[in-house]
Design a protein around this ligand. Structure first.
Ligand code: ATP
Length: 236
């Protein structure tokens, strides 16, 4: 079943048209990547979905047109955005940040269970549970940003550049955890990732954007087999 469908999505910052025609689908429980050069519109596509930028076209989540909804309304429907730059709250502790992610939930026991799950998924956070987020390393902040998204019990997670600025071994740790999360939770994922080799360890299919348009979609195996994809995104 299709969980998210974008068809002919457009978006602009003021007079500058950034998305011209973005189309992609994410199956329920699936993981889909968005590839593209700097400035192709990957981040803006995620923003269009989460309601943080105004969009045109069709954005249908779980059978419902969500285009034009406010970010909090989109979040309440089960879409969690893990933004580039992570967006953790520096003055709050790790535990408080995780609680913030669960602010719409009423099931206190479930919230505690999911905090434990996050700490099991990211043991680094367990050791830092009382630290302010601002005191965490970049990798720990990324883990916390994913943890906070988990706490909202989403059906779809939008992940923007989860490996940005991280040492390779840390980036691998983060992606290993996200893969485990995917298997155990069934949360669908739409993933923007500069490091396509890393993205392909997670996603089943990907859409390639060029200057705000979807120019190609395919399975990971199909895309990895294409010379132009290898040259542009896979380092040879
Ligand atoms: P990157 O990997 O560099 O983040 P991207 O594919 O995610 O690239 P976007 O961040 O979506 O691309 O940006 C698409 C275009 O929109 C770029 O030309 C960028 O300069 C421009 N842009 C992004 N944010 C804004 C903004 N807030 N105001 C004006 N222009 C913006």
């Amino acid at each position: 079943m299709t969980l998210l469908e974008l068809e002919g999505v457009t978006a602009a910052y003021g007079p500058v048209q950034v998305l011209e025609d973005v189309s992609l689908t994410v199956p329920d429980g699936g993981a889909v990547g968005i590839l593209g050069a700097n400035g192709a519109g990957k981040t803006t596509t995620l923003r269009a979905i989460s309601g943080t930028v105004r969009a045109g076209g069709r954005i249908v989540f779980d059978g419902r047109d969500v285009r034009g909804l406010r970010p909090d309304q989109v979040a309440a429907l089960g879409i969690a955005h893990v933004p580039e730059g992570r967006g953790t709250l520096g003055d709050l502790t790790v535990r408080e940040n995780l609680r913030v992610g669960a602010y719409l939930r009423k099931d206190a026991k479930g919230v505690e269970r999911d905090i434990d799950y996050c700490l099991d998924l990211f043991p680094n956070l367990q050791a830092r549970i009382r630290s302010n987020a601002s005191a965490l390393s970049g990798g720990e902040q990324q883990m916390l940003a994913v943890g906070r998204a988990i706490m909202s019990k989403p059906r779809l997670m939008l992940l923007d550049e989860a490996s940005l600025g991280l040492a390779p071994s840390t980036a691998k740790t983060v992606y290993d955890a996200i893969r485990r999360l995917r298997v155990e939770s069934g949360i669908a994922m739409l993933v923007v990732e500069q490091n396509a080799n890393l993205a392909f360890t997670l996603v089943d299919t990907a859409a390639v954007l060029e200057t705000g348009r979807t120019v190609l979609t395919g399975t990971s195996a199909e895309l990895k087999g294409m010379d132009e994809i290898r040259r542009a995104y896979l380092g040879g």
